[in-house]
Design a protein around this ligand. Structure first.
Ligand code: CDP
Length: 509
């Protein structure tokens, strides 16, 4: 097969037009290693796409001319590795192609201030602005469908994600876990510059991070200063070592679940980085939204895929409503309600076909709670303070160790405000009423009057959104998905994709 090497934007455009396929893009600075090989392999998984790898040493990323001059250049070896790993073409533009004399073509971008002012950004002023400018320029030239980046440069990855989101750039980002050599050190182009003794130091540094992770998994704590001291005792020059929130890179606090212990060390004249991710409990996915938006089905599908617990909090409010009515409790009387709540136990029992039965004090109410009678009363019962306090506390107990997908109205805003992923799932009222009508009729509830059902749902949406305690709101950090025109499977796949690209791959293993 001919090896396609493109050196100009013109050649690239001709290649793209002659193929008419979407592009999976792997941008690199060359000196390829097994980490890049893995990126190409990952990119190859999107079978309909062509894989394009670029090699361009971005001068804007270097603060130091010497570092730029010394940066390893191994172009022939790179070409062999990229094609052997399955790249369909390699783009090796000259400086003039990326930075043409006509400066108007270049959009000099600023990296997110919050994400770039910490960790590597402290000593590498302007570095991330340079990364954003060139990655944006390459995306503009290549027009890829997806770009593939390594999580070894996690701070860079977060910054590029933010740049893409803030500038409405139409490209998906996929990342792979840090690839490591057999001695545990992360592959990096700069490793070639290391003397044997320096490599030994990097190995000790990575080993120390992993040892800390092991201890953290048991104790859930870490002593940053002690680690720094231990590294210094091994004659390792630490530029920084920080324990930060893995998503906003702010210093970690006790309520943060997924954190990163990240550091940079100086070996001779080379600066090297490494990190580990730490997690106190398994992740939580919160799915909120109005009635009939497809939450239950989507939540079940996602829980099954991830082998997580599935929690339908609406079923708890419904079960409680059913039992209050059955027992003829006067729930407006606080004393009567509280003594009732003190003796309530709601459990879920998994049955065949990834279904769950709902049991309240030994009554299996799975079917009984889906009637119009319950749908009409549940919102007003769900607005009672004591009811909410009781159920929220039960829900938190179920989610204590994480590994849960919970759906409801206040999951992201109240029950699990620290959920790793928050989705606000909605759809137009007509679409939701249509879905609910089909659902109820499939359950054998006879022919349902569409307009009546639509009014009931609208009323419930309004009650849920306007109540004083824990109303239905989109949490400020929730991602809104409007599901009109998509199948439930497509929505579940989309959420799963977002989840898998949010949680560091190191924690999926
Ligand atoms: O399935 P559907 O969308 O009809 O509703 P559900 O999830 O079964 O919830 C029934 C009702 O319980 C909602 O209309 C809310 O009034 C209440 N609910 C709540 O207040 N908070 C939650 N986390 C879940 C449900």
């Amino acid at each position: 097969m001919t090896q396609i090497i493109l050196k100009t934007i013109k050649e690239l455009n001709e290649w793209r037009l002659s193929n008419q396929k979407s592009i999976s893009f792997v941008p690199t600075m060359g000196n390829l290693h097994l980490g890049h090989k893995e990126l190409i392999r990952e990119a190859k998984k999107l079978r309909e796409n062509l894989v394009l790898l670029s090699i361009f040493i971005n001068p804007l990323q270097f603060n130091d001319k010497e570092d730029l001059r010394n940066y390893p250049r191994t172009i022939n070896k790179d070409i062999d590795l990229a094609f052997a790993a399955g790249a369909d073409a390699i783009f090796i533009p000259s400086m003039d192609e990326i930075f043409p004399k006509n400066k108007k073509k270049i959009n000099y971008l600023k990296a997110s201030e919050d994400l770039s002012k910490t960790l590597c950004g402290i000593s590498r002023k302007g570095h991330f602005d340079g990364v954003c400018t060139v990655v944006n320029r390459l995306i503009d030239i290549v027009q890829p469908e997806v770009i593939f980046l390594g999580e070894k440069d996690w701070q860079q990855l977060l910054i590029i994600k933010e740049m893409v989101a803030n500038n409405n750039i139409k490209v998906a980002i996929k990342s792979i876990d840090t690839q490591r050599d057999i001695d545990g050190i992360p592959y990096s182009s700069r490793n070639n510059l290391l003397l044997k003794n320096d490599r030994e130091k990097l190995k000790l540094f990575s080993a120390e991070l992993f040892r800390t992770k092991q201890i953290f998994n048991q104790t859930k704590t870490l002593g940053l200063n002690k680690i720094i001291k231990r590294l210094e005792d091994k004659d390792i020059k630490v530029e920084y070592l920080e324990h930060v929130n893995a998503f906003n890179l702010k210093r970690s606090t006790s309520e943060i679940n997924i954190t990163m212990l990240a550091g940079a060390i100086i070996c001779g004249s080379t600066r090297l980085i490494d990190h580990v991710f730490l997690m106190k409990r398994d992740p939580i996915i919160a799915i909120d939204g109005p009635a009939g938006s497809g939450k239950s089905t989507v939540t079940k599908l996602i829980a099954k895929k991830l082998k997580f617990i599935f929690l339908d909090t609406g079923a708890m409010y419904r079960a409680l409503s059913w039992y209050l009515i059955k027992q003829k409790i006067n729930y407006e009387n606080n004393k009567e309600l509280n003594s009732f709540l003190n003796n309530i136990s709601i459990t879920f029992k998994s049955v065949a076909g990834s279904k769950q039965n709902v049991i309240i004090n030994n009554h299996d109410v799975t079917e009984k709670i889906r009637t119009q009678e319950i749908s009409t009363i549940v919102s007003s019962i769900a607005s009672i303070k004591a009811v909410r306090e009781f159920l929220v506390s039960e829900q938190r107990k179920i989610g204590e160790t994480g590994g849960i997908v919970a759906e409801g109205r206040d999951i992201g805003s109240k029950v699990f405000p620290n959920a790793e992923l928050k989705i606000f799932l909605t759809a137009s009222i007509d679409e939701r009423a249509r879905r609910r009508k089909n659902e109820l009729e499939a359950m054998g509830q006879g022919t349902i009057d569409f307009e009546k059902l639509k009014n009931e749902i609208e009323q419930r949406d309004s009650d849920d959104s306007n109540r004083k305690i824990s109303p239905l709101v989109k949490a400020k950090d929730a991602i809104e998905i409007i599901s009109d025109g998509y199948t439930i499977n497509q929505v579940a796949e989309k959420i799963l994709e977002i989840y898998l690209e949010t949680i560091p791959k190191e924690l999926h293993l």
